[in-house]
Design a protein around this ligand. Structure first.
Ligand code: G4P
Length: 533
């Protein structure tokens, strides 16, 4: 098969949601449909839901699970589907955001009872920033959900995206019977089945079908008719180009648990979701069908086996064909590298990847050469852009508890922050190390892993800062003046970019007003930073 055909048959996406909306359940049902697993319950939930902050072993266990489910590849009717998993816990949101740089589209799961939640909003913000095409699955229609029209309005208002219902629920709560596909006009009634593939009771395009009336009842049929008429008046007709540009989201209603509405969602996804497209690099735009291979690292995972300090880097192929054992060029280190045992994640099991095409994600064993944002190519200097690092909201100083183990501590802190677990800043005088995260849980993970993997003990001293802002300016002088004047609230990241540590919104306001020539940023671009390393 030529490379164009390989690209066209690939769909690389992530299923994202606020924790508990049903991401894991939906993923599992898609895998069942794709034949990758045979029984429900085979996909372990990649989340740290019930973890208390002291439950380190649980964190470790979860890390193991998340390696296994980081990428799930299935072949479905000739389409190669790469599902990239994202952690559910909000403290690991940054990991999710970075994973979103490696997908071509997303399916957003929303709980029909709760509607739009905190994480839903944040995830959607990242999708909007990157103009990622979004499909929405409104889940748990078997529960006493909100009204479908209200839900669509809420999505539009809160997520700032136009919606286009593709499937309409027939009843809800205990009266939920199935879905009406507004595009194909097909009604599907289901026999709820929690454990495996739902039985389709009836599938018809004839709304007058007597069997249909018998199961659904006249009252519910009348209601459905009214709702469908209203929906076609109220909502945008589907325009694929608007979906592909990230402005319009096809919406499906259903129940992941009872396997209702999943088939319509999946079939539509395969038909309209984009195949791998252009990837932007600082130097130029890279097209997938280019002959030469290129790709970038978006996630690093330390190996679970403490005896082997190697890590796995997850690389998304952007162009050309990746081949095992071929020499590739590591842009940041300016050196050639060869990968003897790259891994693919076909049908949820790891196996050696002989080759990989654009859209694919491969796991590369690494002993510390690869960082998030790094790119590999066949010799060209490429720095893929838009791999964000988000402004941390909790900042703590690392306090070494065992001065004799300083080296181990430094190495551990460096490697763990390179993994993307947290961000590292340095403050003078004394080269103090400050760790910044978006959640408290990371500090427990770091402390635990420093001790178990590096033999170093540390504590964290809480600092009074509420947020960090990366600073840039056209005028070196102005930036220098600000750094001098506010040295006690200035730190530097690993690329030596100055960062302003703000104690409050008020402090931020004062600083921005005092230094109008300096720009304050809440995100920094990792790939661009790696370029300067
Ligand atoms: P997440 O990955 O987004 O965090 O959510 P997950 O799929 O784990 O689902 C969270 C809870 O919601 C689970 O219940 C799951 O069974 C339930 N759920 C998912 N989809 C549906 C649905 O369509 N209808 C209903 N009624 N429930 C649904 P749990 O009790 O927390 O876990 P479990 O013990 O059932 O695994």
């Amino acid at each position: 098969m030529d490379i164009k055909a390989e690209i066209n048959r690939r769909r690389t996406f992530a299923i994202i949601s606020h924790p508990d909306a049903g991401k894991t359940t939906l993923t599992e049902k898609l895998l069942l449909l794709g034949g990758a697993i045979q029984v429900a319950g085979a996909v372990k939930s990649n989340k740290i839901r019930k973890t208390t902050t002291s439950d380190f072993l649980e964190i470790e266990k979860q890390r193991g699970i998340s390696v296994a489910t980081s990428v799930m590849t299935i072949d479905y009717k000739g389409t190669r589907i790469n599902i990239l998993d994202t952690p559910g816990h909000k403290d690991f949101a940054e990991d999710t955001f970075r994973t979103l740089t490696a997908v071509d589209s997303v399916i957003l799961v929303v709980d029909s009872v709760k509607g739009v939640e905190d994480q839903t909003r944040k995830l959607m913000e990242v999708c909007r920033m990157r103009a990622t095409p979004v499909m929405i699955f409104i889940n748990k229609m078997d529960r006493e959900s909100k009204d479908p029209f209200d839900l669509l309005e809420e999505l539009e208002d809160e997520l700032k995206i136009a919606t286009c219902p593709f499937a309409w629920p027939i009843g809800r709560g205990s009266r939920f019977k199935g879905v009406y596909n507004l595009m194909t006009k097909r009604i599907q009634l289901y026999q709820p089945d929690k454990s495996a593939r739902a039985e389709i009771l009836l599938s018809t395009q004839n709304i007058e079908d007597p069997e249909l009336k018998k199961v659904v009842g006249q009252e519910q049929m009348d209601q459905l008719g009214e709702e469908i008429d209203l929906a076609s008046d109220l909502f945008e007709s589907f325009q694929k180009n608007l979906y592909l540009q990230g402005y319009l989201a096809p919406v499906f209603f259903g129940s992941a648990l009872y396997n209702i509405g999943i088939h319509d969602l999946f079939e539509t996804f395969i038909n309209i979701a984009p195949h791998p497209l252009v990837t932007k690099a600082a130097e130029r735009e890279v097209m997938p069908e280019e002959e030469k291979f290129s790709g970038f690292v978006f996630k690093i995972h330390a190996n679970i086996d403490p005896n082997h300090r190697n890590r796995m880097a997850f690389l998304r192929v952007c162009s050309g064909k990746f081949e095992r054992n071929k020499m590739y060029y590591h842009t940041r280190l300016n050196k050639k590298m060869r990968f003897a045992a790259p891994v693919t994640f076909m049908a949820n099991t790891k196996s050696t990847a002989e080759e990989a095409f654009p859209g694919d994600v491969i796991g590369l064993y690494d002993t510390g050469n690869l960082k998030i944002g790094d790119s590999l190519s066949e010799g060209e200097d490429l720095h893929f852009t838009g791999i964000p690092s988000f402004s941390p909201e909790i900042l703590k100083e690392v306090v070494n508890k065992e001065p004799l183990k300083t080296k181990q501590l430094e190495k551990g802190v460096r490697q763990l922050t390179e993994e993307g677990l947290a961000q590292l800043f340095f403050q003078q005088p004394g080269n103090r190390k400050i760790i910044g995260t978006v959640g408290e849980l990371q500090f427990d993970v770091i402390k635990f892993r420093l001790e178990h993997e590096y033999g170093a003990k540390c504590d964290f001293r809480t600092l009074p800062y509420a947020k960090a802002f990366w600073l840039t300016s056209e005028s070196k002088q102005e930036l220098g003046a600000m750094i001098d004047r506010r040295s006690n609230t200035i730190a530097f990241d690993k690329s030596d970019t100055p960062v302003f540590l703000s104690e409050s919104d008020w402090m931020l306001k004062i600083a921005t007003e005092a230094h109008p020539g300096v720009q304050f940023h809440t995100t920094s671009d990792l790939s661009a930073k790696n370029k300067d390393d």
